[in-house]
Design a protein around this ligand. Structure first.
Ligand code: LLP
Length: 418
């Protein structure tokens, strides 16, 4: 990734020495590049804008919901994909207007849906029942999340469509839902799908969009409605293991080709994508300090960054590239990289090739901009990582490390136990 560069033995991100940030802010630390987020946004935006007259990027907040990150994307023109009313509130707090927020949730409560209505944001209903809970308070625009019966993701855990998926509804059920809404006097409609995350093959997006186009056409014909927005979800992948990057221009071209046949029957439709990972993953690196080295049959490098901060390896078997940011030797050794958590699944990398390590060395975990901070926890009562943003030559703290007070703060000891 061009934003990262070794100068001698020391790794720089956008000309800022990472070692000095680790010393200044401590570790575990997540460092993000504003420049890289900008570039990622412009790349995906321009790829699709070439093909669609009305086109919009809604950033999927779940990838990284730090208000500074959201604000970067808001300034570039992005809207938000929120998973629930809390994410919608963070989007608004970050300056995104309600008409640029769409909530796509799963198993939301009446109160959740009511809050979304009050915020005046759009909703992709995950089920017809989810719409029906609102009875006669329906929003102006009704949209359903379709399960196209097909989907793909890097791991089964992040495949979000297909026969065994908990998300969305099949076309026939959606037909019932749109019909109910029509009968209730609704005049505007949207449609949504999100079939899986971290896909690197443009051909997959073509196939998926073709299936979705077929569903859209059927609904157009059966009910005589056309859509105001067509939201094809996210899922645009980034390489974690040296794979070739997703060709986003080719992906956009193929998606446009697959959707071509439905543009006439939906002349006013805005085409929406909801990328999360693509915008922020490779803009972030997580820094961990080596705290102990063990070699009793297995060479283990212990660090201060464990599965409470990076859960993806333990959860999915995900692989993140790990490098030493203060050593750049050619002679490499094999290490399993672990954290401080009391679980044997606590590793950030297995069989990682690194220069000979000593306590105090600092490791950099790549692709830490997405689904790292947002999936972190205080397990073992450890702090989450602090986060900093590198902007044009300035470094900004965008999330302070929580301390033990923050962790205790929301708990109470009942009087009789004092
Ligand atoms: N829209 C909806 C409705 C979603 O559910 C998701 C992700 C996205 C957009 C953004 O997907 P992306 O462009 O980032 O692939 N925690 C997992 C990823 C789960 C993604 C679930 N939904 C991971 O760490 O890989």
């Amino acid at each position: 990734i061009e934003n990262f560069q070794y100068k001698g033995n020391s790794l720089f991100l956008d000309d800022v020495e990472l070692k000095s940030l680790a010393h200044q802010f401590g570790t575990p630390l997540i460092v993000l590049s504003e420049k890289r987020i900008n570039n990622n946004y412009l790349k995906i935006k321009s790829a699709f804008s070439k093909h669609f007259r009305h086109f919009k990027v809604h950033y999927a907040l779940k990838a990284n919901s730090n208000p500074a990150v959201i604000s970067i994307l808001r300034r570039l023109g992005a809207g938000a994909d929120a998973a629930n009313p809390n994410e919608a509130e963070i989007a608004m707090y970050s300056g995104i207007s309600p008409d640029n927020i769409i909530m796509t949730g799963n198993n939301l409560s009446y109160n959740d849906l009511k809050r979304a209505l009050e915020m005046n944001i759009k909703i992709n209903f995950d089920d017809v029942n989810q719409m029906n809970i609102l009875k006669n308070e329906l929003p102006d625009i009704i949209s359903f999340r379709i399960n196209p019966g097909y989907g793909n993701g890097e791991f089964t855990g992040i495949k979000t469509a297909g026969p065994s998926s908990k998300f969305g509804i099949p076309m026939n059920e959606a037909l019932n839902g749109y019909r109910t809404a029509l009968n209730a006097g609704v005049k505007k409609f949207g449609i949504h799908m999100m079939a899986g995350s971290n896909n690197l093959d443009p051909g997959y997006f073509y196939e998926l969009s073709g299936i979705f186009a077929g569903i859209i056409k059927t609904i157009n014909n059966e009910l005589g409605i056309s859509f105001d927005f067509i939201d094809i979800g996210g899922g645009f992948g980034v390489p974690y293991k040296n794979e070739a990057a997703l060709d986003i221009n080719e992906t956009a071209r193929l998606i446009a080709m697959a959707l071509d046949g439905i543009m006439d029957s939906n002349p006013d439709a805005e085409i929406i994508i909801e990328p999360g990972r693509y915008l922020v993953a490779d803009a972030g690196i997580a820094l961990a300090t080596v705290t102990d080295l063990k070699n009793y049959g297995r060479s283990i490098a212990g660090t201060d960054l464990g599965m409470n901060i990076l859960i993806r390896p333990a959860l999915y078997g995900a692989v993140h590239e790990i490098i030493c940011i203060n050593k750049n030797d050619d002679k490499l050794f094999n290490y399993d990289i672990t954290g401080q958590i009391c679980e044997n699944t606590d590793f950030t990398g297995l069989n990682v090739k690194l220069p000979g390590l000593e306590p105090g060395d600092i490791l950099g975990i790549m692709n830490a901009g997405a689904y790292v901070s947002s999936m972190s926890s205080n397990y073992n009562s450890l702090s989450r990582a602090a986060e900093v943003l590198i902007s044009d030559d300035n470094v900004h703290l965008i999330k302070k490390r929580d301390d033990i007070r923050d962790i205790i703060n929301n708990t109470f000891i009942p009087g009789h136990l004092l």
